[in-house]
Design a protein around this ligand. Structure first.
Ligand code: ADP
Length: 490
């Protein structure tokens, strides 16, 4: 029990009830990443249970879809209020299973809640269209209808906000959902569902299948089911591609928020202090585990040393620790495997000539087995080269690599030299350059002289292999609706 939220045996969630025992008879463990110790277990549900959730969502669809937009809006609004009333409890659950510092967790809960508020309002604005008819005896009308049952698969890095962003839009327009949260962080999802139940969601509108061993089979079943009309996924590009392929035979609508490899360009005319702060915010939030985190810092060669030094000085003051400790500024990574991947990227860079301004290796050189928790020291590397792994793969950890460039054309070419295209950032005081570069960056979101770009009112999403569709904003409703054109002969 955390405060007002009682999650007795952590469980799945079907028909507004927690399911404490999986048919498989198996359970899987959830770990505290700051200690590496088990904090709870969840039932390991399988294909039978996801099918049950799909049928419950299908059954709930007509009633939920036929409610007035205002009726759905009232429930979403209530859910928003309940999230805020229980924000500290939700934040604690989040810090517990994900590791991020409590203040950051609280930030995610508030940010996440705003999607319910936003979509409670947008629910009422699902306008259609009347097209001036070219024929005298016809009238042409376009209405928008809910997609149907939607499969929702979410990652562990924002276990609460990634769900509210999807639930808010889906439920606002009258869809029902079957959810598979990440196995590392199912508790935040379950806590959210409990509040949804209290807010008045009818049975079957949301189903949650907690699973670890059956992840692939459950995902495949969601993709191949004829009763599921769309998939909304946030996670890696590799898994996104699998889901896209698996969904081809049933021609599903896909909303995919996949990996990024964000460039951050600092031109010679930039405000260096602001650029350093923005780079740090974007690079080290959630210890670098966000898909819009800066992955490649391109700094003009004339200011590279100054930029590196200012960044080093700030990063050296970070305080790594448990998210519950007051002085902690940065928490652990999600798993030991994540730590190893980050270290591999750093070692690769160092071996090929990069220099560590700060970090670059474990503080104590103990073996992984004797270290406590999944920590990796915040690292700033300089003298990076374009063939290093960090330049080409998403590192997803607290490592900032500084590359240099000479001209604007070169910087743009480097920024675009990846198959990813989620977010991109740059700093410059030259107005014309700001327009030029923003338009040329091959990404779905650009931060110009700013790196705090996420907002429930703005469309989040990528181009190239970073995904399909947009979340949040007015555009977020598109993913969960389809147009119907009615031609009325008179
Ligand atoms: P990450 O690297 O962030 O863990 P993943 O893409 O592996 O990214 O995970 C995101 C979500 O996708 C998680 O809920 C995970 O369990 C789920 N997932 C992973 N593999 C599959 C799969 N083959 N089918 C369906 N879901 C999957």
């Amino acid at each position: 029990t955390i405060g007002n939220l009682e999650l007795k045996d952590p469980a799945g969630f079907l028909n507004n009830k927690f399911v404490t025992n999986a048919r498989s008879g198996q359970r899987f463990s959830i770990f505290d990443p700051a200690r590496g110790s088990e904090i709870a277990t969840c039932p390991d549900m399988n294909v039978e249970e996801v099918e049950e959730a799909i049928q419950a969502a299908k059954k709930a669809l007509p009633e939920w879809g036929q409610k007035t937009a205002r009726e759905r809006s009232v429930i979403l609004r209530k859910w928003y209020e309940l999230m805020l009333e229980n924000e500290m409890d939700l934040a604690k659950i989040l810090t517990w299973e994900n590791g991020k510092p409590l203040a950051e967790a609280l930030g995610e809960i508030r940010y996440g809640a705003q999607f319910f508020e936003w979509f409670a309002e947008e629910a009422k604005r699902l306008y259609g269209e009347i097209i001036p008819s070219p024929a005298q005896n016809q009238r042409m009308i376009v209405i928008r209808q809910p997609l149907g049952v939607v499969g929702v698969i979410t990652p562990w890095n924002f276990p609460s906000a990634m769900l509210t962003r999807k639930f808010g839009a889906a439920l606002a327009v009258g869809c029902t959902v079957v959810t598979k949260p990440a196995a590392e962080t199912p508790l935040s999802c379950l806590a959210l569902c409990e509040l949804g139940r209290r807010a008045g969601l009818p049975e079957g509108v949301i189903g949650v299948v907690t699973t670890h061993a059956h992840t692939k089979a459950v995902g495949k079943h969601l993709c191949e089911s004829r009763d599921v009309s769309g998939i909304s996924f946030t996670g890696s590009t590799a898994v996104g591609k699998i889901l896209l392929k698996q969904s081809a035979d049933t021609v599903k609508k896909m909303s995919l928020e996949l990996g990024g490899n964000a460039p951050f360009i600092v031109f010679e005319d930039a405000d260096i202090d602001k650029a350093v702060d923005a780079a740090i915010l974007s690079k080290f939030r959630n210890s670098g585990q966000t898909c819009i985190s800066v992955n490649r810092l391109y700094v003009h060669s004339s200011i590279k040393d100054e930029f590196g030094e200012r960044m080093r000085a700030k990063v050296a003051k970070f305080n790594m620790g448990s998210g519950f400790d007051k002085g902690t500024t940065h928490g652990p990574l999600i798993t030991e495997a994540a730590v190893q991947k980050v270290h591999l990227h750093v070692e690769d860079a160092l071996k090929q000539g990069a220099k560590a301004l700060v970090g670059g290796d474990f503080d104590d050189k103990d073996s992984a087995a004797s270290r406590i928790g999944y920590f990796y020291p915040p690292t700033v590397l300089t003298d990076m080269k374009n063939h290093m792994r960090i330049a080409n793969e998403e590192t997803f950890g607290p490592v900032a690599g500084i590359f240099t460039f000479e001209t604007e054309e070169e910087a743009i070419e480097l920024a675009n030299s990846t198959r990813m295209g989620l977010a991109g950032y740059f700093f410059s005081k030259d107005m014309s350059r700001c327009w030029r570069v923003a338009e040329k960056m091959q990404v779905g979101m650009v931060g110009v002289n700013n790196s705090a770009i996420s907002s429930e009112v703005a469309p989040f999403g990528g181009v190239k292999e970073s995904g399909l569709g947009r979340e949040g904003a007015r555009q977020g409703l598109e993913e969960y609706t389809q147009y119907k054109y009615i031609n009325m002969g008179i």
